[in-house]
Design a protein around this ligand. Structure first.
Ligand code: ADP
Ligand code: MG
Length: 401
């Protein structure tokens, strides 16, 4: 959403240097006093494990260097004041007692939803002044919404001494997004933003929320992971997401399991046979079961130090999303096909699908060649030019000042 992203590569860096100072200064201009503190929460990209999180399955995101940075102070009078430098308009003032699910269709629903969820869970939040800014591109499948929720939740957790852990904050943020904003999402995005660690990907079991930090320091091994934001969002994406979720639920009902996570990879053929002529459900089931298996494969490879070998697993994941789950689009397929043809180690679409971003694993020496090939292919296809940046596995949410 800001210059830092428009410029291309944003590498490393906890918070872009100086951002926390600028945010604190703007807070003071808006509200007349210095903030009590400044917090930062990152966007995320999912390495592998797509559309598994609402099937109780496995995901493996890592945090981006791009963050949402918020300056926050407590209030005691039941008022919430919100301001974002990324949105036109002034300070929005809300009464805490009037917060109600799906009452707000604007950006303020995300932070207000967090306050609502905290209070509804019995936490004594008595009001706040918030000013924020973000370098997480919005609507690109990189979870600017989770970064926004988590930064507010962490700030309030610290300021009001709530003592909640990262995974608990993530749950409350998910509730804010599902119930208050009214957007059906799994638990991955908020957990990634809250819990990721620099130089690691986060293995998350979405059934019991158990976590494991998996070393993923690509630069040290001479590789880079590029994010290619296609800048496309196809309008039917939300309806299609709902259909996939419903199809997965139908699959687990037909198979008599709580969730598709319970279908073991070794039992996949038998499960598909049981589904008989339910062709669409069979495809969805096959994606979810093989995708969970791919997450396990990637973890095993990374833990064995065989990072380059994850490339083909990413490509298989893309094929599964394209052919079985059917949520890719011409732009995402073009990124993946072009990247592989021009020497990338692996590539796949990431995020919900029908647009958004793809990830490309490359030898650092090949990054420019692959980027240029993708840009040229987009130009030849007369697609909107993609935005390409290097995704360095970065820190999760933290207090910045
Ligand atoms: P994604 O999470 O993939 O970026 P979403 O549609 O889930 O996309 O969330 C994007 C929405 O989150 C924006 O439309 C806006 O309402 C809100 N948002 C994200 N970042 C900011 C910000 N810095 N300031 C204000 N609103 C933001
Ligand atoms: Mg989102």
């Amino acid at each position: 959403m800001s210059e830092a992203v428009e410029g291309g590569a944003v590498e490393g860096g906890a918070v872009e240097s100086g951002a926390e100072v600028a945010v604190a200064e703007r807070f003071e201009e808006l509200y007349g006093t210095a903030p009590e503190g400044v917090w930062a929460a990152p966007g995320r990209v999912n390495l592998i494990g797509e559309h598994t999180d609402y099937n109780d399955g496995f995901v493996m995101p890592f945090a981006l260097p791009h963050t949402t940075v918020a300056a926050v102070s407590r209030r005691t009078d039941g008022v919430l004041r919100l301001h974002s430098s990324d949105v036109d308009g002034g300070v929005v003032e809300l009464a805490l007692d009037a917060l109600a699910p799906e009452s707000d269709r604007g950006w303020t629903a995300y932070p207000a939803g967090v306050v609502w969820a905290l209070r509804e869970a019995g936490h004594a939040v008595t009001g706040a002044d918030v000013h924020l800014t973000s370098t997480v591109p919005a609507g690109a499948g990189l979870s600017s919404s989770a970064a926004l929720e988590v930064v507010v939740a962490l700030a309030l957790n610290d300021l009001f001494g709530l003592g909640l852990k990262g995974w608990q904050l993530a749950r409350l943020c998910q509730r804010a997004e599902n119930v208050y904003v009214g957007a059906p999402t799994g638990i991955m995005d908020q957990t990634a933003s809250a819990c990721c660690e620099r130089g690691h990907a986060l293995f998350l079991d979405t059934r019991d929320l158990s976590q494991k930090q998996i070393p993923f320091d690509l630069a040290a091994e001479g590789m880079q992971l590029l994010v290619v934001d296609t800048q496309v969002k196809h309008s039917h994406s939300e309806g299609e997401y709902g259909k996939r979720r419903a199809g997965c639920e139908k699959g687990s009902a037909l198979l008599g399991v709580d969730a598709l996570r319970d279908v073991a990879y070794d039992d996949l053929d038998a499960a598909l046979e049981r589904l008989g002529d339910e062709e669409e459900v069979r495809r969805l089931v096959r994606h979810v079961v093989t995708e969970n298996h791919r997450v396990e494969q990637v973890i095993a490879l990374l833990e064995a130090g065989e990072t380059r070998a994850i490339g083909p697993v990413l490509v298989e994941g893309h094929a599964s999303l394209r052919d079985d789950f059917r949520i890719s689009c011409p732009e995402l397929d073009l990124v993946v096909d072009t990247a592989i043809a021009s020497g990338a180690l692996g590539a796949r679409m990431t995020g919900g699908g029908f647009g958004g971003s793809a990830i490309v694993l490359v030898e650092s020496a090949d990054a420019d060649t692959v980027t240029k090939a993708v840009e040229e292919a987009f130009a030849a296809a007369e697609f909107t030019p993609p935005r390409v940046f290097v995704a360095v596995p970065s820190a999760g949410a933290r207090r910045a000042v």
